[in-house]
Design a protein around this ligand. Structure first.
Ligand code: SF4
Ligand code: SF4
Ligand code: FES
Length: 238
């Protein structure tokens, strides 16, 4: 291991450029450690985002040597190429500054896919119980651990080509709720994802599934939505 790492970091907005830094190497160093070192020791104006530093919040996601990753869970040893690292903001989202993207369109699409739970019970009612071993519960569980980090969205080429496409995270969320027995707007949700910008735009590249740090499969969720939309259309419900 050489004593230092050469790091190129995106600076500025969409029309910015890469700036080179040299950072000391350490054992078990993460990519986020490198970014923090640059900001604390070399250039305090560097903008980036993180919160938990332990793979819980997803806010540290960036493009690391061309691929979207959680930087706090990525060891430099695994991704540096010939002692070099290139860091850029997440793809497919507007850049605010340096390594920080504007996540608004990502969450707007989440809402457009009706990603909010809509139950019918009030605070006065008992819990709506869903048995852990039931098929519906297992189907909902498959995608429920999504924390909205945007890594899959940045990995998806269809989002790049078609900026209206709802994208893997919003569709994964929609499928999770379609499978939630307590939710009462499954049909509205299927309508929301049935259009040109919805599940049928997915080309099944699997990039989202390959890159999701939570090991979820938005691709499988989207396939489920395609089947459910087709069935609802055949049943005359859409
Ligand atoms: S599906 Fe995975 S990669 Fe996509 S937003 Fe959720 S946790 Fe992140
Ligand atoms: S499987 Fe679909 S959503 Fe996932 S990256 Fe490919 S085109 Fe995008
Ligand atoms: S800082 Fe929270 S997941 Fe990386």
């Amino acid at each position: 291991m050489s004593a230092t790492l050469k790091v190129r970091v995106w600076r500025g907005g969409a029309q910015g450029s890469f700036q080179a830094f040299e950072v000391p190497r350490h054992a078990s160093q993460t990519v986020l450690d490198v970014v923090i070192h640059i900001q604390r020791a070399l250039d305090p104006t560097l903008a980036y985002r993180y919160a938990c530093r332990v793979g819980m919040c997803g806010s540290c996601a960036m493009t690391v040597n061309g691929a979207p990753r959680w930087t706090c869970r990525t060891h430099v040893d695994r991704v540096s190429h010939k002692g070099e690292l290139t860091l850029a903001p997440l793809r497919n989202l507007p850049v605010i500054r340096d390594l920080v993207t504007d996540m608004r369109e990502f969450f707007d699409k989440w809402a457009a896919a009706k990603g909010q739970f809509a139950g019918e019970r009030s605070r006065a009612d008992d819990f709506d119980k869903v048995m852990p071993e039931s098929p519906a519960r297992r189907a909902a569980d498959a995608g429920i651990e999504c924390i909205g980090c945007g890594v899959c969205y940045a990995a998806c080429d269809v989002v790049t080509w078609n900026r209206g496409y709802l994208g893997p995270a919003a569709l994964n969320r929609a499928w999770t709720l379609v499978n939630d027995e307590r939710d009462r707007q499954a049909l509205e949700r299927l309508r929301a994802v049935a259009g040109d910008a919805g599940c049928h735009a997915c080309h099944t590249h699997m990039s989202c599934t390959k890159r999701c740090p939570k090991h979820l499969s938005p691709t499988a969720a989207i396939a489920g939505l395609k089947r459910a939309v087709a069935k609802a259309a055949m049943d005359g419900e859409l």
